[in-house]
Design a protein around this ligand. Structure first.
Ligand code: FES
Length: 160
């Protein structure tokens, strides 16, 4: 196992664990901390989290794969997540997704060859009032329409 939390993160995780009646309740924040530390969550990180929380690695994997929001190894620098749930769908999410796919030259769950972008469809991002909502890394881009996509991608490319 090559992933271990830094002492500072481990202390923070222990503090979070202390807020719950059972250690395994801290699974989601533990995965988020692993992601913060390593830039993604790999199997080593999942095993480490499982050991700390006293659960099986399979349980951690099951939770990890249930959520689309965690970064997997190989995820591009800009993780573009287009909400595809009903309110966003009714406001044109499919067209927004297609515009990103065309602009980036990739499909669902794919990463551009230069490693800059990964494109995903996700469930509700809890910003239904500003549909179509797209999460790019930790930021929300709201009221997205297909005609805005080229500009969004251009800005991200310039940021690198
Ligand atoms: S349905 Fe898209 S943010 Fe809720």
């Amino acid at each position: 196992m090559s992933f271990t939390f830094t002492p500072e993160r481990r202390a923070r995780l222990d503090e979070v664990i202390g807020r719950y009646p059972r250690k395994e309740a801290a699974l989601l924040p533990a995965l988020r901390m692993a992601e913060e530390q390593a830039g993604c969550v790999d199997y080593d990180a999942m095993e480490h989290v499982a050991e700390i929380l006293g659960v099986s690695p399979a349980k951690v994997l099951g939770v990890f794969t249930f959520y689309t929001h965690y970064r997997r190894p190989g995820t591009g620098r800009h993780l573009v997540q287009v909400c595809a749930t009903l309110p966003c769908a009714l406001r044109g999410a499919e067209g927004v997704f297609d515009a990103f796919a065309k602009e980036l030259g990739i499909g669902k769950d794919e990463t551009t060859k230069d490693g800059l972008f990964t494109l995903k469809k996700v469930e509700c991002l809890a910003s239904c009032g500003t549909a179509v909502c797209v999460q790019i890394n930790d930021d929300y881009v709201e009221n997205v329409t297909p005609d805005k996509v080229a500009g969004i991608v251009k800005d991200l490319r310039e940021k690198k």
